[in-house]
Design a protein around this ligand. Structure first.
Ligand code: ADP
Ligand code: ADP
Ligand code: MG
Length: 665
């Protein structure tokens, strides 16, 4: 076994690999870029070596330099994590030539599977069901049209070298192909330096289900069942689970047989993933094979008890796999939520910045289940524009799917992030949706359920109760404290209150027993019991139990009250005396300021182009600005005709979210 391993990656996956190495008694070296000098991975590794400036091409992608570091530090092997050099056969060969072991599959397997056109050929030869389509390169637009018409619309135009959901476009008709072909080709050239394109049938309303495989260098291959990753935006995964709620034993076994057949066809000798699109009728078609550790591997580890990083290391060291297929079993259910620095309220656009607060839930056993959090950041760290915007992968395990979902919903309540936009309210919304709980998933899920974008969920009656109780408790704590320091106007001992939650008014009578509150809702003849209250003025999380159910909400002060977020519901609440509640009800409603004349930046970033001038007469749909962050460009078009009275930015300016870019006259 190796005594020292170099990790050629950063962030959560570097930390993840270090954890397993520590457990196995293997020393670790990480390489890092200037942007990561203070990172958790650098802090945790036994040794850390700076390799260059932030851009990956000048640091994490410098194969030769990284191998030189391995030799200098006497590391015998390199774990590439995912992304970066993990699927680079040239790098794997260079490792071998330099007497450093590459912890991943043999370069021949990476070559065969790294390319989608070629991997489909291998798959077809190994009797794997592939998506119907043209297994070859498309020459030009005319060729693309001919092939698409042979396959039958809808079709998917795809970059052979694609990954991360990029270089993919659906075409519903001839015009889409004519417009889409060159666009995908240009995107592929830009993103992967390879403009080979192929076309396959677009399977409508499918699910994404993938099989984890594992091989050693002695001809043993097993599969570790499936993961379902159908909850996607921009063809990228956000929520994954294992097993899949769709599969029955027979389908699972059939998919496993095909995945193993494909792995054997390329002498696969490490951890890898065979991805399938699956119809709601359980028909399945091979998509691609990822010859690396997969981002969502924790859910497989949670249901099988196998540490995939350990298995990769053992296989790379030449060990014989210590178990066979018959030893593997699915135990319980696991969920993973990818917590991203992105704003779900703004079409999931990236949001960069500093983690002013970062407090994940405690890992370990909870209520008969398990919480696991894979992250590479700490409070105070920055999510920079140079790398992937993933902040953490929160996973839960429970004996049943319903249990894993409930535990995830609770764990998300207890995940506290401030300083940048994040998708926790969105993830909570999905966990609370009946459709998700019923297991009726599809890759269209987000589009189906949030057709006009994510705007939170309506609060349920139970959630309105929680918010009512929380507001009363906070109000009491604040007035008691104000009274204590001599500034209080209201008596904390007052019993009768009116709580205004959104548009509804609820009369409440308070009694205090010890530190607990009994809240009688006088109009409804019910009493809410709030116990185990954990909050002090200024804190942004409020924890307690309502009628003995534990919950956590985020709170912030707002004029005349509080804004409270419980999972995906955000509510404005006021606690008033009956007299002021009457007065309040008679006040005219405030009209929000008119912002329709403003063009605001939907995300922080850099202004790439500002092709408009002050005083210009613009037409609806005309491109006004292009803003870029995290390699993603956002094109802002005029939402109406009109004259631009003010243009406040120019190309090269940095802008924050909500900054005003221009104003119509
Ligand atoms: P997967 O296919 O493992 O589920 P994705 O499809 O989300 O992962 O990722 C697509 C590509 O982006 C892969 O090459 C993956 O290795 C890379 N990638 C994803 N997340 C990260 C990350 N946090 N750091 C580095 N690379 C990443
Ligand atoms: P990447 O390398 O970017 O992961 P994939 O080929 O795995 O590319 O496709 C990414 C996602 O796009 C899939 O998870 C699936 O949701 C969708 N997709 C890909 N091919 C098809 C297809 N032929 N029909 C329907 N959906 C597809
Ligand atoms: Mg894929």
């Amino acid at each position: 076994m190796f005594s020292k391993i170099l990790i050629a990656n950063r962030g959560e996956i570097a930390v993840r690999v270090i954890k397993t190495c520590r457990r196995m008694g293997i020393a670790t070296v990480v390489v890092y870029s200037e942007a990561d000098a203070d990172s958790l991975a650098v802090e945790m590794a036994d040794e850390a070596v700076l390799i260059g400036p932030p851009p990956a091409a000048q640091s994490y992608l410098l194969g030769e330099k990284i191998i030189a570091v391995a030799r200098d530090t006497r590391a015998q092997a390199i774990h590439p994590g995912f992304g970066f050099l993990s699927e680079n056969a040239g790098f794997a060969r260079l490792c071998a030539a330099s007497d450093v072991v590459f912890i991943g599959p043999n370069p021949h397997a990476i070559d065969a599977m790294g390319d989608k056109i070629q991997s489909k050929k291998f798959a077809a030869a190994a009797n794997v069901t592939v998506v119907p389509g043209h297994v070859g390169e498309i020459e030009d637009t005319a060729h693309a049209v001919t092939i698409s018409e042979q396959i039958g619309y809808p079709v998917m135009i795809k970059a052979s070298a694609g990954g991360g959901g990029k270089g993919i476009r659906v075409a519903w008709n001839r015009q889409d192909v004519e417009e889409g072909f060159s666009a995908v080709r240009a995107e592929a050239k830009g993103a992967f330096g390879d403009d080979r394109i192929f076309i396959e049938k677009f399977i409508e309303n499918p699910r994404h289900i993938e099989i984890q495989v594992l091989g050693d260098k002695h001809g043993h291959t097993v599969h570790l069942f499936e993961r379902e990753c159908s909850i996607q935006r921009r063809n990228q995964k956000v929520i994954e689970e294992a097993p899949s709620p769709l599969l029955d034993e027979a389908t699972r076994a059939a998919m496993g047989v095909q995945a193993i057949a494909l792995a054997r066809a390329v002498d696969y000798d490490s951890a890898g993933t065979v991805e399938f699109v699956v119809g709601q009728d359980k028909s399945f078609y091979f998509l691609e094979m990822n010859t690396r550790l997969q981002v969502e591997h924790p859910v497989t580890e949670l249901i099988t008890g196998i540490d995939l990083v350990e298995q990769m290391i053992r296989s790379a060291a030449g060990e014989v796999m210590a178990f066979g297929q018959a030893d593997l079993k699915i135990s319980g259910w696991a969920m993973e939520s990818r917590i991203y620095a992105e704003d779900p309220y703004r079409k999931f656009l990236p949001s960069i910045g500093r983690l002013v607060r970062f407090a994940p839930p405690a890992e370990g056993q909870h209520d008969g289940g398990v919480v696991r959090n894979d992250t590479g950041v700490r409070e105070g760290d920055e999510i920079s524009m140079f790398y992937d915007p993933m902040i953490a992968k929160l996973s839960t395990w429970a004996p049943t799917r319903a249990g894993a979902i409930s535990l995830m919903a609770r764990a998300l309540e207890d995940f506290h992030i401030e300083g940048l936009g994040h998708n926790i309210p969105f993830l909570s919304a999905v966990m609370d949706q009946d459709r998700f709980r019923s297991g009726m998933l599809s890759t269209n899920y987000i589009k189906d359920e949030f057709p006009s974008g994510f705007a939170g969920l309506e609060a349920t009656p139970e959630q309105v109760d929680v918010v009512t109780a929380v507001a009363l408790a906070m109000h009491r704590i604040i007035t008691a404290r104000a009274r204590h320091i001599g500034a209080g106007l209201q008596s904390p001992d007052r019993k009768d209150w009116v709580v205004v939650v959104g548009q509804t008014r609820r009369a409440a009578r308070l009694s205090v027993v010890g530190g607990d509150l009994a809240i009688e809702l006088t109009d409804e003849a019910r009493t809410l019991n709030l116990t185990a209250i954990d909050w002090r003025p200024g804190a942004s999380l409020f924890r307690a139990r309502l009628d003995d159910r534990a919950f956590t909400v985020s709170v912030s002060p707002a004029d005349e009250g509080f804004v409270i977020r419980l999972r995906a519901a955000v509510l404005k609440v006021m606690v008033l005396t009956p007299v002021s509640a009457d007065l309040h009800a008679r006040l005219p409603a405030k009209t929000p300021p008119d912002t329709s004349r403003l063009v605001v930046s939907p995300m922080p970033g850099l202004v790439i182009t500002a092709d408009v001038a002050q005083g210009e007469d613009v037409k609806e749909g005309q491109v006004l600005f292009v803003i870029e962050a995290m390699k993603m460009q956002n094109i802002l078009r005029a939402e109406r005709d009109g004259i631009l009275k003010v243009v406040s930015v120019k190309a090269g300016d940095s802008v924050a979210a909500d900054d005003i870019l221009a104003e119509f006259g």
